[in-house]
Design a protein around this ligand. Structure first.
Ligand code: UP5
Ligand code: MG
Length: 192
């Protein structure tokens, strides 16, 4: 039966498309648990003595993707540690390796509801991340050099994953160029 599985919505979109911003709003209004793969990796990186810290930082700065075993374990641990059953998984799966690793480790334990895709042009995404960096985000990848690489990865590795789910009719595409409030108006009906 479905009810003994985790309910999951994947949240995808380019760097700075607004995944985190919209997830916060969904959490407030609909009681989902927000798990950002990027946040979990940054947290793991920051742990003193973390075996994977340097490797994670290398990937983040270069906009490349951490091996799925690490990311998937962090996600599964967070899901197990939560008392809730409904999860927004933000910024994952980002490539074929992520998709295959997730399906192998979590496929049987999860009911995938849909993939929320925040569609946002490169120029808008870039400006948002640069502004965030200028405002002191402290993120080592909010600079032009890293952003170019993040975009390459997004176009070459992540878009095919979105297309894969599109072929399965699981993608809900949202125009993410407008204000956070306007974007959320389009998101709401998907959760109501
Ligand atoms: N903002 C948001 N919405 C706005 C709107 N509608 N109008 C105007 N401004 C808006 O927003 C970004 C900025 O824009 C903020 O300042 C916000 O106020 C403003 P945010 O909600 O943070 O966007 P988000 O899509 O979450 O952007 P983020 O930078 O987090 O996206 P990325 O996908 O690049 O970052 P993530 O943290 O997911 O991944 C970082 C790196 O981790 C990856 O490059 C990769 O190296 C690694 N990673 C993995 O290896 N594996 C994973 O599974 C996940 C990550
Ligand atoms: Mg984010």
């Amino acid at each position: 039966i479905m009810s003994d599985k985790y309910n999951v919505a994947f949240v995808l979109g380019g760097p700075g498309a607004g995944k985190g911003t919209q997830c916060e709003k969904i959490v407030k209004e609909f009681g989902y648990v927000h798990l950002s793969a990027g946040d979990l990796l940054r947290e793991e990186r920051a742990k003193p003595g973390s075996e994977f810290g340097d490797m994670i930082e290398e990937h983040i700065k270069n906009g490349t993707i951490v091996p799925v075993e690490i990311t998937c374990s962090l996600l599964e641990r967070a899901m197990k540690n939560s008392e809730k059953n409904d999860f927004l998984i933000d910024g994952f799966p980002r490539n074929q390796n992520n998709l295959e690793g997730w399906n192998k480790q979590m496929g049987e334990k999860v009911n995938l509801k849909f993939v929320l895709f925040f569609n946002c042009p490169l120029e808008v995404c870039t400006q948002r991340c640069l502004d965030r960096g200028a405002a002191g985000s402290g993120r080592s990848d909010d600079n032009m050099e890293s952003l170019k690489k993040r975009f390459d990865t997004y176009m070459n590795a992540t878009m095919p994953i979105i297309e894969h789910y599109e072929a399965l009719n699981l993608v809900q595409t949202i125009d993410a160029t407008r204000s956070p409030e306007e974007v959320f108006e389009d998101v709401k009906p998907l959760f109501s």
